[in-house]
Design a protein around this ligand. Structure first.
Ligand code: FAD
Ligand code: NAI
Length: 474
């Protein structure tokens, strides 16, 4: 057996800590350097705290709707401090768990900010002073940070970034959200359910740019139902404070008016969520012969190697999509490559899940992408309004749409909007990874009554054979 390689992983988010644990499992000598918190953005100020608070918002909303089931709940109220405390408890349990996992795998953690000083050397500024570390290989997993726009510096008081938005002291009466993407809609809808009036200012012509438009239409309808105002083709310009209120200036298009209109909107709180950018500040890339591309990402090959062969990059710093599970997968690949295994990042799809109301999920190609690639494809779909399980959950909005190759019947893409589709997408991802056909899905017995039956029915509908919706014979 060859002797273990000495590896430094910089950053302990879902890319870095997963890579470090796998390196230890593969017998390598690994050290993690983390400047702020184990678990990174995802566990501390991203995926986990946001989903906890969104679950609380959804519960409040469900209680409000329960009268249709004959359940009357009176005196329902929200203790914001307790909600934030509960969420912090989940974060503490999970991040503590990462610490224990690293310890049990014999991975030392150095808390401090890492700077590359060469191709094999790293300097770490810790509370106790500067430490010099040496390694055969270095894995950069420094993640990303929220983008600021002019006029809206994050002070986490008047203007929240997503981090401030997950630590409210109270629920604002009127929240203005800048950016109608993933975070803007997830948190905007959550605040609406917790009692805020919400206005979303979005620069492009629609919410969630880049997502399947049929699915987004359902979300835009839901925004209307929730009385959330979505102003599209609208750019926030700046704001003034007026006592406790904020006056947000924006330029946009009013319906029927082609010229940009300037206006103001008064609110109690601003949440700015216009994207995230890869984070490499202070990392000393140039000292190791590395540079980021024009978008700030570190270019890598399929082995996760940068142009310096013993330096790897994984997660948000290494490119789109900036999703936790993509980073973790890259971490596993980098670990295997470093351990000398014949591995590369060779995935057919990365599922995306959006915790809006209803939820959205997607995997594989969209119809627009099929068209752009000149593919001959067919689609099938099934509405949750025809699902007994969705009815019993009182969540009948949305549908499952499946895209299959017209000749080979291979599943090309699945797009869903509706109840618990963030869970349903796993089956679709497996189908695409395994090169399954649409018929494979329709031939698989799906337990009844469950939501995944909708995927089976969508698959059957692609062949004109859905049982629980009427399809005219062509
Ligand atoms: P990060 O998680 O950002 O971790 C990087 C780590 O590196 C940090 O801990 C940082 O302190 C450390 N670091 C940086 N520089 C240095 C240095 N020089 N020295 C030492 N340490 C350093 N994704 C999903 O897939 N699903 C979701 O539901 C989801 N929800 C989200 C909700 C919100 C509000 C936000 C903000 C993001 C969400 N994301 C979600 C995105 C997800 O959080 C990121 O894609 C993911 O955290 C990226 O992982 P990473 O390991 O690359 O980086
Ligand atoms: P985003 O890219 O999803 O959305 C940003 C939105 O802001 C876009 O719609 C964009 O058009 C708009 N915008 C940009 N500049 C603007 C301006 N000046 N005025 C008005 N609108 C403007 O970015 P977001 O929501 O900040 O999330 C960052 C990333 O974090 C996501 O892209 C995703 O990778 C990840 N994430 C994933 C989640 C999940 O998987 N469920 C949840 C939250 C975040």
């Amino acid at each position: 057996m060859s002797s273990p390689r000495k590896v430094i992983v910089i950053g302990a988010g879902p890319a870095g800590y997963v890579c470090a644990i796998r390196l230890a499992q593969l017998g390598q000598d690994v050290t993690v350097v983390e400047k702020e918190y184990l678990g990174g953005t995802c566990l501390n100020v991203g995926c986990i705290p946001s989903k906890a608070m969104i679950a609380a918002g959804s519960l409040m909303h469900k209680i409000g709707c329960a009268s249709a089931m004959g359940i009357t709940a009176t005196g329902v109220s929200l203790d914001v401090n307790k909600l934030v405390e509960w969420k912090a408890g989940i974060v503490a349990r999970l991040t503590g768990g990462i610490g224990i996992l690293l310890k049990n795998h014999g991975v030392p953690v150095v808390m401090g900010e890492a700077t590359l000083t060469g191709k094999n050397t790293v300097e770490v500024k810790t509370k106790e002073g500067t430490k010099a570390l040496k390694a055969d290989d270095i894995v950069i997993a420094t993640g990303s940070i929220p983008t600021e726009i002019p006029g809206f510096a994050f002070d986490e008081d008047n203007v929240w970034s997503s981090t401030g938005g997950l630590r409210p002291k109270n629920i604002p009466d009127h929240l203005v959200v800048i950016g109608g993407g993933y975070i803007g809609l997830e948190l905007g809808m959550m605040y609406s359910k917790l009692g805020s009036k919400v206005t979303v200012l979005e620069a492009t012509p629609g919410a969630l740019p880049g997502q399947e438009r049929d699915c987004v239409k359902v979300i835009e309808r839901s925004l209307k139902k929730m009385k959330i105002k979505l102003l599209t083709e609208t750019f926030a310009q700046g704001y003034e404070t007026k006592g406790a209120k904020k006056l947000v200036r924006f330029k946009g298009k009013t319906p029927g008016n082609e010229l940009p209109t300037e206006d103001t909107i008064e609110c109690d709180q601003i949440l700015s969520t216009v994207g995230r950018r890869p984070y490499s500040a202070g990392l000393g890339l140039e000292r190791a012969g590395l540079a980021v591309d024009e978008r700030g990402f570190l270019p890598i090959d399929k082995s996760m190697r940068t142009k310096v062969p013993n330096i790897y990059a994984i997660g948000d710093i290494a490119g789109q999509p900036m999703l936790a599970h993509k980073g973790s997968k890259e971490g596993l690949v980098a670990a295997a490559v470093i351990a000398g295994q014949p591995e590369e990042y060779d995935v057919r799809c990365v599922p995306a899940v959006i915790f809006t109301s209803p939820e959205m999920a997607a995997v594989g190609l969209t119809e627009d992408e099929c068209k752009a690639q000149g593919l001959d494809y067919k689609t099938g779909s099934f509405p949750f309004a025809a699902s007994g399980r969705a009815m019993s959950l009182m969540e009948t909005e949305g549908f499952v749409k499946i895209i299959g190759d017209a000749k080979t019947d291979e599943v090309l893409g699945v797009h869903m909007v509706g109840p618990e589709v963030t869970e349903l997408v796993a089956e679709a991802a497996l189908a695409i990874e395994m090169g399954a056909t649409v018929e494979d899905i329709s031939r698989t017995i799906h337990a009844h009554p469950t939501l995944p039956e909708a995927l089976m029915e969508a698959a059957e509908s692609l062949h004109g054979m859905a049982v629980h919706i009427y399809q005219k014979k062509k």
